[in-house]
Ligand binder design. Structure first.
Ligand code: TMP
Length: 228
């Protein structure tokens, strides 16, 4: 058994909320404390999931097809990257995870939440999975056990502010090109996820200046005793 306990941390927020620089800074902070860090993202994180990401972000498709591809990418990512890293005792910093599907496909697209919950379970179905994921699922207790992040950092920013920050930054993908109303529903989707499991979430006011956002993020991690 690994002496060091793995940590699974996800980062969420609407497009333009500004999570990336803070994720990199956290990776540096954990590395400086001698922890092995796996820095990864969804959709993506494996060669197969990155191919699916390109389709998900660029090709037109209905909401169920989109959700199926996202969960297919997630299963591959869980099986090949996240579970083995947790089993090694790594700190896994994951730029988006399942909450994004409930917020974007559920909230933004209005897709059925019960269907998403079923797909979430299927994506973690132990049959055919490697030992690492089965072991990580088992550590979470009662079946059917869902592997969830130990902490989800939600960068909360108003859709109007996010749109200003994104304007002209790059050629928008399928999601970034959505109107403000879409992101209002996504933000509400994140708020609903937090309400269902408040202990797992840290809500960060992402409208602050970058240094103040970093200080809020850092405080969450020192408060948990994960960083000094
Ligand atoms: P990123 O630009 O933060 O890497 O996120 C990729 C895009 O994919 C972003 O617009 C959100 C979207 N997305 C979903 O719609 N559902 C999901 O489950 C995930 C993980 C991302």
């Amino acid at each position: 058994m690994s002496a060091v306990q793995g940590l699974f941390i996800s980062f969420e927020g609407i497009d333009g909320a500004g999570k990336s620089t803070h994720i990199s800074a956290l990776a540096d902070a954990f590395t400086a404390q001698g922890r092995a860090v796996t820095l990864t993202r969804e959709p993506g994180g494996t060669p197969l999931a990155e191919k699916l990401r390109a389709m998900i972000l660029n090709d037109a498709m209905d909401a169920l097809t989109e959700s199926l591809l996202i969960f297919a990418a997630r299963r591959d990512h869980l099986s090949c990257v996240i579970a083995p890293a947790l089993a090694r005792g790594d700190v896994v910093l994951c730029d988006r995870f399942t909450d994004a599907t409930f917020a974007y496909q559920g909230g933004g697209r209005g897709f059925d939440l019960e269907m998403l919950s079923k797909l979430e379970l299927w994506a973690q179905e132990p049959q055919g999975l490697g030992h690492d994921l089965v072991h990580e699922l088992g550590k979470k207790g009662a079946a059917p056990a869902l592997l969830q992040p130990d902490l989800t950092v939600w960068f909360d920013l108003s859709p109007e502010e996010a749109a200003k920050r994104l304007a002209g930054a790059r050629v928008p993908d399928k999601f970034e090109a959505q109107p403000v109303e879409f992101f209002r529903r996504v933000a509400q989707g994140y708020a609903n996820r937090l309400a269902l499991d408040p202990g797992r979430f840290a809500r960060i006011d992402a409208s602050q200046a970058r240094e103040a956002v970093w200080s809020s993020v850092h405080q969450v991690f020192t408060g948990k005793g994960w960083l000094s």
